[in-house]
Design a protein around this ligand. Structure first.
Ligand code: GRG
Length: 298
């Protein structure tokens, strides 16, 4: 195992249980609808890498901010919102997937109506958690505003809309990357931005951290596309395996597998360069954030 992978594994071993414990005890808050509560907790507690809250906490660590429960609450709020997006993405009217995180999707277990509501509940609960925490009011406002921008009709929802409407249409690289920036990249951008808001940094530090986030988000999507063509169905834990090599709007569809690997290497290198620059300019230790690039086995 490389040093970066070890560093990331140690960070995950410490903070994934913290995030999971927080999510398990706090969702749902006080819903008197038992089935709705079950549907929400089912998907939240089904696992997942917790990548987005981990990124937020890693930014805070990098900025040498001592972590409090309010930080954990804010970071976990993003996981609620991410879980909502997965539940809705899996619905029959969208991707119609039967398996997610290795278990039946929310609508398979609870029906499409309740799954839609579970997603709605998680989306709104995320904003409740951001706005009712012990963080300074100015930070809460900024977090809620930026998450609304990232997840809403100029961000993730727009990306999903573009994805649906371009299903039978060949996109050019610039359009594909715009789709990914919105659909997947916006929440990863916000994950890092949340750390900068709670760490109260501005200027060059924020600029370089967000530049890292954007390249990381792009790499994440390229890697996901690559896994779709190179991993087996069992490895992916998906019941319906879409042959992405034949799908038009993927990186392998545009560049082939070798070209996609090359593009991934370039984007990961660019993500890392921003951190090297940040370390040079500020003296901060960016190795924890750099270790997140070991997600991508190039
Ligand atoms: C329904 C508004 C709306 C948006 C859905 C996130 C999303 C937008 C769709 C998911 C489709 C998808 C599989 C995209 C590829 C990248 C991605 C977001 C993968 C899932 O995220 P991970 O790998 O999942 O972090 P875990 O389960 O580990 O949390």
């Amino acid at each position: 195992m490389t040093r970066a992978k070890l560093k990331l594994s140690a960070f995950e071993a410490t903070y994934v249980p913290v995030i999971n414990r927080y999510l398990a005890q706090a969702v749902p808050v006080d819903s008197d609808q038992a089935l709705l509560a079950d549907a929400m907790t089912y998907s939240v507690n089904a696992g997942g890498k917790r990548l987005r809250p981990l990124l937020t906490l890693a930014v805070l660590k990098t900025l040498r901010v001592p972590l409090t429960e309010a930080h954990i609450r804010a970071a976990s709020a993003l996981e609620l919102l991410h879980t909502y997006s997965l539940i809705h993405d899996d619905l029959p009217a969208m991707d119609n997937d039967n398996l997610r995180r290795g278990v039946p999707t929310n609508h398979v277990k609870f029906g499409a109506g309740m799954a839609t509501l579970a997603g709605d509940g998680l989306l709104t609960l995320a904003f409740q958690w951001l706005t009712d925490s012990q963080l300074p009011v100015a930070q809460r406002l900024q977090l809620a505003q930026q998450l609304a921008i990232a997840a809403g009709p100029s961000g993730m929802v727009a990306g999903q809309a573009q994805d649906i409407s371009s299903e039978h249409q060949q996109l050019e690289l610039a359009q594909l990357e715009q789709l990914h920036r919105q659909k997947t990249g916006a929440l990863l951008h916000y994950a890092v931005q949340a750390g900068t808001i709670m760490g109260e940094v501005t200027g060059e530090t924020t600029r370089l951290l967000l530049a890292f986030a954007d390249q990381f988000g792009l790499a994440f999507q390229i890697y996901d596309d690559l896994l779709d063509v190179t991993a087996t169905t069992a490895e992916l834990g998906k019941q319906t395996h879409k042959d992405a090599a034949e799908a038009k709007n993927t990186y392998p569809g545009l560049f082939g597998v070798a070209g996609t690997r090359q593009r991934l290497r370039e984007v990961v290198a660019s993500a890392e360069q921003n951190l090297t620059e940040l370390q040079r300019v500020t003296g901060l230790d960016t190795s924890l954030l750099a270790s997140f690039c070991s997600y991508f086995r190039v």
